[in-house]
Design a protein around this ligand. Structure first.
Ligand code: KG4
Ligand code: ZN
Length: 418
């Protein structure tokens, strides 16, 4: 062991091949993300077989670039961290196999990281980086078990229980995080019974002929619509429904048992997608879908002005988009803060691709201020999939000596916490 504190992170669970070098879970030396958006855009969603093939193509140059940008050789590393699940089996295997091969050659330990834990650590990494920039002397001296953050005067989610919402294309999960000697423990509080919030964004964008992934398009267009036009509602989830096996069998639904969860903290986003479709049909809003799809596939830029937006969609479509986003963000907000209140959590973290959403950040920030709780999001680059969050999440495991067995394999439905 070299005790450099340097961990190489590798992430390949979905449609991004990423590698990063992070020092002591707190300082990002490099973070490289090769996106496969162009490959999947024409299908309006991730095609697993294509994803594996693209990962195979990208993994070696991405890792080499991450090491080069960090100015680090493999021999300088303390460990290699890799996402072991949840995600697409074939995609995960590319990262795991490469991480194991590199580790074997360099006699380094491998640390298996849960992708969801990675998203949560993206917030922690940002927090530590900001603190270190503000106080470099303190940061350089600190060698506490949980990294730099514990010696900083934050009184933050690093030291107290926090409610974390992980909201992305594959997940909508609520966790109660608690600090322990090394890192955190996680208790599952709620999650989606069917589609993830990001999946709803992507499906609605697809049916409106917008580009893939849908989140950034809807985010950009919603600004120009009236969110009060279509009053989308969410059915209350009752115990009976989710306890009697009626939940659709999706990737997300398989990840953890739901019987013990409070139905107030369960989500369901498949209904709103159908409601949008019905609204489109009843109001004859199909026109222009083909042209928009063609533009999106040709790589059209996200609209910045009202004129750009109107050139793409008529006002009723903009109003529908704004109403959809208003409803989804409102639902996420209501359940997250209700869970925080019910559990007495004074800190709320929101992370994952959908946490990049402008309206979500504004409304969560305002609600947190109203309730007197702290709120934290990762920077935009760390909200969506990346490997810096994987290397950061591995740091407490490294300190605790939790290394993966040589038989480590992909676990597509790996759950986090209990
Ligand atoms: O975390 P991520 O990169 O991958 C998963 O782990 O799923 O999240 C991708 C998801 C996609 O569904 C995408 O549409 C959504 O995050 N997303 C957004 C925004 N940017 C990305 N959703 C809403 N607003 C955004 N600005
Ligand atoms: Zn993710």
């Amino acid at each position: 062991m070299k005790h450099t504190g340097l961990i190489l992170g590798i992430e390949s669970s979905c449609d991004e091949t990423a590698a990063a070098v992070v020092e002591r879970g707190a300082r990002t030396l490099s973070s490289v993300v090769a996106s496969q958006i162009a490959t999947h855009a024409r299908y309006g969603g991730v095609v697993p077989e294509l994803a594996s093939r693209e990962h195979l193509r990208a993994i070696v140059p991405v890792v080499e670039t991450a090491l080069k940008e960090a100015g680090v050789a493999l021999a300088d590393l303390d460990a290699i961290a890799v996402t072991s699940g949840p995600g697409l089996a074939g995609a995960l295997l590319v990262g795991i196999t490469y991480a194991k091969a590199l580790a074997f050659a360099e006699e380094l330990p491998v640390i298996a990281v849960n992708h969801l834990e990675g998203h949560i650590h993206a917030v922690l990494l940002d927090e530590r980086q900001q603190q270190a920039e503000m106080n470099p002397t303190l940061a350089a001296k600190t060698t506490t078990p949980r990294g730099w953050g514990t010696q900083l005067e934050m009184g933050s989610f690093e030291d107290e229980p926090a409610l974390a919402l992980v909201v992305s294309g594959g997940h909508t999960h609520l966790y109660l995080t608690r600090p322990q000697k090394y890192g955190w423990t996680y208790r599952l509080i709620g999650r989606t019974l069917d589609d993830a919030a990001g999946e709803a964004y992507d499906k609605v964008a697809k049916l409106l002929g917008l580009g893939y992934p849908g989140g950034p398009w809807i985010d950009a267009l919603a600004t120009f619509g009236n969110p009060k036009t279509v009053p989308f509602t969410f059915a209350q989830i009752k115990h009976k429904v989710h306890l009697h096996g009626k939940a659709p069998r999706t990737k997300a639904a398989k990840t953890a048992p739901i019987a013990d969860l409070d139905p107030r903290f369960l989500f369901s986003f498949s209904g709103i997608k159908t409601a949008v479709l019905r609204y489109v049909e009843l109001n004859n809003l199909r026109e222009g879908v083909a042209e928009r799809s063609a533009k999106a596939m040709a790589g059209a830029k996200l609209p910045k002005t009202k004129e750009d937006a109107l050139a793409l969609c008529p006002q009723p479509v903009l109003d529908l988009i704004a109403s959809f986003q208003y409803a989804v963000v409102g639902n996420l907000l209501k359940k997250t803060f209700a869970a925080a209140e019910s559990l007495g959590a004074k800190h709320v973290l929101v992370t994952g691709g959908v946490a990049a959403n402008r309206e979500l950040r504004e409304r969560f920030t305002a609600e947190a201020a109203r309730r007197g709780v702290s709120i934290a999001f990762p920077t935009l680059a760390l909200s969506t999939d990346n490997a810096a969050m994987i290397a950061a999440a591995a740091w407490p495991r490294f300190q605790a000596g939790e290394f993966a067995e040589s038989a480590l394999s992909a676990d597509p439905s790996l759950a986090l916490g209990v």
